[in-house]
Ligand binder design. Sequence first.
Ligand SMILES: [Zn+2]
Length: 298
Amino acid sequence: MSNKIEISACIVCGSTSLNDELTVTDWLVSNEVFYLKNCNSCGFRFTSNPPSAMQAGPYYETEEYVEHSDSSAGIINTVYHQARKWMLRYKLGLIKKHAKGNRLIDIGSGSGYFIHFMKQNGLAVAGVEISDKAVALCNEKFGITAYSPTQFLNNEIQDEYDIATMWHVFEHVYSYDEYFAMLKQKLTADGTLIIAMPNHLCLEEKYYRKYWNGYDTPRHLWHFTSETFTQFAKDRGFEVVKEHNLPLDPFYNCLISASYKKSFSFMPATLMLGLLSLLNSIFFFKKSSSIVYVLKKI
Ligand SMILES: [Zn+2]
């Protein structure tokens, strides 16, 4: 589909000693092949041959990128939309528990369901979104105009914020240092940064491997774990003060991964694997399907 770049050093520790972990197909859009590598020094895993940032756009062009869709066709979409309502309440609970103040900026705000819900619950909200289509949907549906990443990174937004959120967004970000620097600048001294990402140490990754939805190559560049993200954030002036899971993510991951694997996708068994993964994460938190990192400035 386009020219690839080659990432030849670990973005966590800088080591160039890497080993091949897995070859993963882009099941969603291009059917192209991508490579996951592990850092031999710190264990960080990443997609080593993604498209360049300028050429990543076409890899997002699919109706099945459900966050941007209100379609209720298909059981996965139905489950997804019910789950979204539950997740919005869960996320609000996390924010109320950890954050002070009510000015929130959501990076990767998509079509705006999250910021709209937070606004309904008394927060002053802003969004940052790369997709023009999603910005238009958000404006049309909720009357909220999201900023562009360029406006955010060029410091064209005057306000400061008490809370910044990135829900399954940071793993997509090429200019991770610029984002961290600007988040540090935009958050108040006591501000809270919340970043949620998939975690490949989860149980269902062991079963699905190259079909695991959490890899989502080449859209997901970085495959953090609690250990690697804690170090990464610390080097950029943030401390992880608390971690949570997202209890519906193992089910969502299993349903999507099973649709890629095709050979065996009997739904009750798929959901059972999701349940096993969730139960496993109760005993071994670091093996949660996704981790919500709550961070404060150091
Ligand atoms: Zn490393």
